[in-house]
Design a protein around this ligand. Structure first.
Ligand code: PLP
Length: 447
């Protein structure tokens, strides 16, 4: 593209919307827009995940990576450019943030370097003396951060059973600054009634912020902002990116002043997502629908298989889940994380170690299937006494289902169950050896 001569007024130069630098260069248009609120037709979510709008000068169909820490200014006084320094803003990150805002039904979204980074930014809205109400089956890392804030920043943290609305009601007061919810909880897969809790918290204290960790469901399956939450965040390391090749966190809200306060922290601390990781997260989000559909269909088949063998299975896609109706009143799917118990931690360890297709790994939301023992891995930062108090079974196995062939996954799991001695093999097939006995139920024998 040839630069217009600034001494010869052109149509472009007369256009007040166009900006030229001192040498008359037409500044490259920002690729940032993927605006959530431009009045255009909204499509189904699977379409919106893929559909982006951009003003890229070359019409690139995937957002360019602006791998630049600084952006040149057009005048000595700084000029009017949208970007000057990547800690404050970067076109690749802005494009991602607008796309995330759109799919989270938010007016503003922000992307940072991890899910915990997002919670760190959010909890910096708290002041000493503030009270936080949160769950007793919280992600281990969130528990660790809140424990740190309680010990060092004079924040009072109440862990209650957030699956009981009354337990939150009993704790909420004018000192409550934040209520932090996660649903389904993990690994106990308990369901939290977000709309009822948001309503009661706001009625009791209009300044309290209801914050939801939506990592387990992703915007594909739930939009907590539509249920009354003030801020929603999630680990982009999980379903949003989907391949376990980046760490990322996103947060979103609809109140502009809350958005500005969150941005202030990000700009001050420099935890904004890097341009390269913003590009990768954007790429991952485009396949969220197809991955999630496959993963949750397989998770359903695996949950039904394990239940049919007599194991106690926790999965909101099973009618036996005690909060099945509540979950489906809030979500469009069951997700792809389930847990089951064997009745014996040593047997559980043997199953985990015998599995081949299922990688022993923390985390979830990846295209590969994962198996873990949360009490020894992702939740090990919660001490054994607290785990006992919160009824977290030490033998619980968490399965995070990927996109492999579901029959291969079931076959590998069956082999691991047999090899670990977790099942009694009969001529008809096999059934759970310990779990059902432990629960006082009659084990099922299914071929
Ligand atoms: N929230 C939940 C429910 C998680 O499982 C995790 C990580 O496992 C996080 C938050 C933290 O995200 P990250 O690991 O990206 O910091």
């Amino acid at each position: 593209m040839s630069a217009p001569n600034p001494s010869e007024p052109t149509e472009k130069l007369n256009n007040p919307l166009k900006r030229f630098d001192l040498d008359g260069h037409d500044l490259p248009p920002s690729p940032a827009p993927s605006s959530p609120r431009n009045g255009r037709l909204r499509y189904a979510l699977a379409t919106e995940l893929v559909y982006t709008e951009s003003k890229d000068q070359y019409g690139s169909s995937s957002v360019p990576i602006y791998q630049s820490a600084t952006f040149k200014q057009s005048s000595a006084s700084g000029g009017q450019q949208e970007y000057d320094y990547t800690r404050s803003g970067n076109p690749t990150r802005t494009h991602l943030e607008r796309h995330v805002a759109k799919i989270m039904n938010a007016s503003r979204a922000l992307a940072v370097s991890s899910g915990m980074g997002a919670l760190d930014v959010i909890t910096r809205l708290l002041r000493p003396g503030d009270e936080v109400i949160t769950g007793d089956d919280l992600y281990g890392g969130s528990h660790r951060l809140l424990t740190y804030l309680a010990a060092n920043q004079d924040i009072v943290v109440h862990h209650v059973d957030t699956t009981a609305v009354e337990a939150v009601q009993a704790r909420v007061s004018e000192k409550t600054a934040m209520v932090l919810l996660e649903t389904p909880t993990n690994p106990l897969i308990k369901i939290v009634d977000i709309p009822s809790i948001a309503r009661l918290v706001h009625e009791a204290n209009s300044k309290a912020l209801v914050v939801v960790d939506n990592t387990m469901l992703s915007p594909m399956l739930a939009n907590p902002l539509d249920m009354g939450a003030d801020i929603v965040y999630e680990s982009g390391t999980k379903y949003l990116s989907g391949h376990h090749d980046i760490m990322a966190g996103v947060m979103a809200c609809n109140d502009a002043s809350v958005g500005d306060r969150l941005f202030f922290v990000i700009n001050s601390t420099g935890c904004g997502l890097s341009p390269n990781d913003s590009f990768l997260l954007m790429r991952g989000i485009k396949t969220l629908a197809i991955r999630m559909e496959k993963q949750q269909a397989s998770a359903q088949a695996i949950a039904e298989f394990l239940e049919s063998k007599g194991f106690r299975v926790r999965f909101p896609g099973l009618k036996s889940h005690p909060q099945y109706d509540l979950h489906w009143s809030m979500a469009r799917g069951a997700g792809a994380v389930l847990s089951f118990e064997t009745g014996d931690p040593t047997v559980s360890e043997r199953i985990v170690e015998a599995a081949r297709l299922w990688a022993i790994s923390v985390s979830f939301g990846c295209v590969n299937s994962l198996i873990s023992m949360p009490c020894q891995m992702s939740h090990a930062s919660i001490d054994a006494k607290t785990r006992r108090e919160r009824n977290m079974p030490e033998d619980i196995i968490r399965l995070c289902v990927g996109i492999e062939d579901v029959n291969d996954l079931i076959e590998d799991l069956s082999r691991a169950l047999v090899q670990a001695g977790a099942v009694t093999v009969t001529l008809d097939g096999f059934h759970a050896a310990g779990a059902a006995k432990e629960l006082g139920e009659t084990p099922l024998t299914v071929g």
